[in-house]
Write a protein of this length. Structure first.
Length: 435
């Protein structure tokens, strides 16, 4: 009888649970762990919860991979609880995890959540005329979800909608994800809006035709040239041993990273032909767009060996040209700021002169008004004395005919009336002056 193959001990339920518990404790205290890769270990939802608790408070882990761990949608949603608030993780790999469009929606929520947090930080950094550095902000830069054929166009829609408002994710790998032309068109529109996105790997999706893939690669090449970035590496092509059994197959990278010169009708041949056409139209060399030996951008006969010294000189020359362009931009911005400052100073001087003119006019008006009041007071006083003299002249006759006592009383009454009139008049003048 044939001996039954022994299951590896790490695949047992008890060992996997203890492993995840130990990893959680390690993630809570470690200060040097920066990469965690688990491959082909069947993890339950409780194990993912352990890992998620460790990710929340960890500040050193930069990469996590659960490739072929069959976490499914529920496990990925639990993992995303720790991923969305992580400040250190920049790349995550969930290839071959039996994900569907629901799992893609969970990844899209993580992208949107981190984008909202980064927009807030960008606003804070932009205060007081500072220019925020987007590349230094923490968060995911690459998501790999290959070999999940049930993601489909619906999952592509969720991811595309999240990427429209994101400025930080640089690469999204979706090989063998069951995406058709409809899903590819969504990503093409996203690449036109989000120029920070440099890699969307839709190769090995047999339902995407060569024209659509060529349009996507052309837009990726345009974004790469705009960003002047070639540090991101493309993944190797993933091949499935048995495409009819995705849940139990073992996946391996392609042995040959470059397309042969033989004619073929596979999606691999069509994708590389599309990339080659993009190079011819845009006149961009493969070593400038993508890292050499990572993505098949040209035919095998088109790639030439380069002298290392020549390559280093070219790199230094590109860096020098980049520094010169940046210096010219800074000089231009400085001149614009200085011109604006001069305009503000001129406007300030004009306003100060205007304020001085207004003050002088008001001072002149106040002086003329005070002179007018003084003249009016003098005229009124003269008029009152003139009336007083007339009244005294009118009462001279009674002084002769009446007794002295009555004349004295009448004089006192007259004087009191005159004083009251003068007092009222002065009050009236004071009221006019206050107004």
């Amino acid at each position: 009888a044939l001996a039954r193959a022994k299951t590896p001990s790490v695949q047992s339920r008890e060992v996997a649970s203890k492993l995840c518990r130990g990893l959680k404790d390690c993630l809570l205290v470690t200060e040097c762990l920066n990469s965690l890769e688990l491959r082909g270990i069947h993890l339950m939802i409780q194990d993912i919860q352990m890992l998620s608790k460790g990710l929340v408070n960890n500040r050193t882990l930069q990469h996590i991979s659960l490739e072929h761990c069959q976490v499914k949608d529920e496990g990925l949603e639990t993992l995303c609880i720790g991923l969305k608030d992580s400040l250190s993780i920049s790349s995550v790999n969930v290839s071959g995890c039996l994900l569907t469009s629901k799992g893609a929606a969970a990844l899209a929520k993580v992208i949107s959540h981190q984008a909202a947090i980064r927009h807030t930080e960008t606003w804070k950094e932009s205060l007081r005329y500072r220019w925020p550095n987007l590349d230094c902000m923490p968060g995911l830069r690459r998501i790999t979800a290959c070999i999940n054929p049930q993601i489909g166009d619906e999952g592509a829609y969720y991811l595309a909608e999240a990427l429209k408002d994101d400025l930080w994710l640089k690469a999204l790998d979706l090989q063998h994800c069951g995406i058709t032309n409809e899903g590819a068109k969504k990503f093409e529109s996203v690449l036109q809006i989000n120029t920070n996105l440099l890699i969307i790997d839709l190769r090995m999706n047999d339902l995407i035709d060569s024209l659509q893939l060529e349009a996507i690669m052309r837009q990726i090449a345009t974004n790469t040239v705009r960003q002047n970035c070639s540090s991101l590496e493309w993944m190797e092509l993933m091949e499935v041993e048995d495409e009819n059994q995705f849940s139990s197959t073992v996946f391996k990278p392609s042995k040959n990273n470059r397309i042969s010169n033989k004619a073929g009708t596979s999606i691999n041949d069509r994708s590389h032909a599309a990339v080659s056409n993009v190079q011819k139209q845009c006149k961009i060399t493969s070593d400038r767009i993508f890292h050499r030996n990572n993505v098949p951008l040209a035919l095998e006969g088109d790639i030439e060996m380069e002298d290392p010294q020549t390559t280093n000189v070219q790199k230094i020359q590109r860096k020098l040209n980049k520094c010169r362009r940046q210096l010219r931009r800074e000089i231009t911005n400085r001149e614009k700021v200085e011109m604006k400052l001069r305009e503000v100073q001129k406007e300030n001087e004009r306003l100060n002169n205007y304020i001085k003119d207004i003050s002088n006019v008001r001072h002149k008006e106040n002086s003329s008004f005070i002179c007018y009041l003084s003249t009016l007071k003098m005229k009124t006083t003269n008029f009152m004395f003139f009336n007083l003299l007339l009244n005294i002249t009118d009462i001279k006759t009674p002084f002769v005919s009446e007794p002295v006592k009555e004349v004295v009383l009448d004089s006192e009454n007259l004087l009191s009336n005159i004083e009251d009139s003068l007092e009222k008049f002065h009050n009236f003048l004071d009221t006019l002056r206050d107004k």
